[in-house]
Design a protein around this ligand. Structure first.
Ligand SMILES: [Zn+2]
Length: 577
């Protein structure tokens, strides 16, 4: 009896507690307030009434019932704690500002939410092709480090500019934040370039609703879908990471979770040229090394749909046809320094014949430019970011130079073609900065050998063979690079012959990895201890553009405007059939 009473008392208490904790119902409209659309761009419009399962939802657009306006019946769902009212695949065809008013009634109370959408009219065509270069994590300091290493600086004047810095018909600073948080990841930010819409960390091509299914969130039409639907253009994706990684994935896929790699691999069939690493998502689970959870053999599926498959540099060189799938590593491709210069077999792990980004870019352009309707190509320098995460600025810098030389390949094509817009930008920045230079000529080492102000004599990087890459990543006088946001790690200011993690997770905490710099000094981390790598920053990133439509890019712009610059240049008009 006593036990029963006690249980009753506890359950009553719990009831009170949960009632006290339950927040007021919240009305959410997706897309969010101030979303901007290209006229005729498809999207899913969803109203969620969170916290009330029996809410009756109404939706007005400029005072008219949304169902009438779209000529569609909404999909209405109720669960214990949620009511949803959704239209799939709708468009707003007229330009202007639309007032969207959602109301929900539950328990005798009415809740309201007002948002507004801006729709921009299609423009007349200026460009036939667009090539979007995304240096992942390539903030201003990354560009400048590459410029110093590649071109050199004498008595304060640079001996040359990078190819991306010669794209100067349009220049802008780009804000990179998502709608959920100040600091973005690569999914979220690439999604803004691909759709013109903000999203949230780890998401691409969708707004975030409450559905646990990552593929069920409301979608917005992306650039790959638009150029194919409206003009029959070809689409190419080239990267040095897993091809299913966030940046290339965001060009074609819609998912709340970038970790849905099996799904994303299948979505790559939306592109005509697909090149990078990550073959483990394309081979059936029975094959050693596979990361698939099914028996799909995507390489065979691609071949059956007319793609030529290339698994190594020589195969890529000889590949012909209108469609190419090139997968050159099981995981991310190796970085330029390891792939082309150091060639340590331990690091390459059997992938000794990977093409470089210039070769992939050239093959992609040769293949895509066969389409008379034009093409959209995205080329990513993916490991600029990945190497900064592990605080290896030299490997990052060589990949930035490689990325720049791929831009040179595109500039050659654009000069011949005359109707290609080239955009070079980053998706976010890193907390990396040029503090000065570093040398041990006077016997000092460690932080005492970091040379600041008048002591920061010029570095001695040399490029005797003129290939644009320094002959030696570790010259007598090198750069002193500082990191703003890092875990506990050992610093020796030296070049490391193997890529090495700065810290290793043990339980919930990252511990400095002595193997990174056995003679180094431990620097205390300044971010939470559960971060084992240097992290992204919210710093604006530079954008440079040249060619028809490049004049769109000026001043300080939101990352979603990159999409609008692309569709404006192409004159895409999805309101036409
Ligand atoms: Zn990153």
């Amino acid at each position: 009896m006593f036990l029963q009473r006690l249980l009753l008392a506890v359950s009553v208490l719990l009831l009170y507690a949960s009632a006290a904790m339950a927040a007021d119902p919240e009305l959410v409209v997706l897309p969010i307030d101030r979303a901007k659309f290209l006229a005729g761009q498809k999207f899913d419009l969803e109203v969620e009434f969170r916290g009330a399962g029996e809410g009756e939802i109404k939706l007005l657009i400029d005072g008219s019932d949304a169902a009438k306006l779209f000529g569609k019946t909404p999909v209405i769902k109720h669960s214990d704690t949620l009511s949803s009212y959704r239209f799939n695949d709708v468009t707003l065809k007229n330009s202007g500002v639309f007032k969207v008013e959602a109301t929900a009634t539950a328990g005798g109370k009415t809740y309201k939410k007002n948002v507004s959408y801006t729709v921009v009219a299609p423009q007349s065509t200026k460009a036939k092709n667009v090539i979007l270069f995304i240096g992942d994590g390539m903030g201003l300091p990354s560009r400048q480090i590459a410029r110093i290493l590649s071109k050199g600086i004498t008595q304060g004047k640079y001996n040359g500019l990078l190819d991306m810095e010669l794209l100067n018909d349009g220049t802008a600073l780009i804000n990179t934040s998502g709608y959920d948080s100040l600091v973005t990841d690569s999914a979220n930010s690439a999604s803004a370039y691909a759709t013109g819409h903000k999203s949230v960390v780890n998401a691409m091509g969708v707004y975030e609703n409450s559905d646990p299914d990552p593929l069920a969130h409301p979608k917005v039409e992306n650039i790959a879908e638009l150029v194919k639907r409206t003009r029959g253009m070809s689409v190419g994706l080239v990267t040095t990471s897993n091809i299913t990684d966030a940046t290339p994935a965001a060009m074609v896929a819609h998912t709340r979770r970038r970790a849905e790699q099996n799904f994303i691999a299948g979505e790559m069939l939306k592109a005509d040229v697909v090149m990078g690493g990550g073959s483990w998502q394309f081979i059936p689970q029975s094959t050693p090394g596979s990361r698939r959870k099914d028996d799909r053999n995507l390489i065979e599926e691609f071949k059956s749909k007319g793609y030529t498959f290339a698994g190594a540099r020589q195969e890529l060189a000889s590949a012909t046809g209108d469609k190419i799938l090139g997968l050159f590593n099981l995981d991310n491709m190796n970085v330029y320094l390891d792939r082309e210069i150091l060639k340590n077999p331990d690091v390459l792990g059997g992938f000794t014949d990977q093409p470089n980004l210039m070769e992939m870019t050239r093959k992609a352009i040769d293949t895509l430019s066969k389409n008379k309707n034009g093409f959209f190509l995205m080329v990513e320098g993916a490991c600029i970011d990945k190497q900064l995460h592990i605080m290896d600025w030299q490997r990052s810098a060589y990949d930035t130079i490689e990325f720049d030389k791929a831009i040179a390949v595109a500039r050659e094509f654009a000069a011949r073609d005359g109707s290609t817009l080239i955009i070079a930008t980053a998706d976010h920045s890193h907390g990396v900065s040029i503090v000065g230079t570093y040398h041990e000529r006077d016997g000092k080492n460690g932080r005492e050998a970091v040379r600041t102000y008048a002591n920061s004599i010029y570095p001695t990087f040399a490029d005797a063979n003129g290939d644009g890459f320094p002959d030696d990543p570790a010259p007598d006088v090198t750069l002193a690079i500082g990191y703003a946001n890092h875990p506990d790690y050992y610093e020796d200011f030296k070049f490391h012959t193997k890529p090495t993690a700065p810290a290793i997770m043990s339980g919930d905490a990252a511990t400095a990895n002595i193997a990174r710099a056995p003679d180094g000094v431990m620097y205390r981390g300044n971010i939470p201890v559960n971060e084992s790598q240097e992290v992204h920053t919210a710093d604006d990133v530079p954008l440079s553009a040249a060619g028809p439509g490049a004049d769109y890019f000026k001043g300080v712009m939101d990352n979603t405007e990159v999409f609008f610059g692309i569709v404006r240049a192409l004159g895409l008009d999805p309101t036409k059939k």
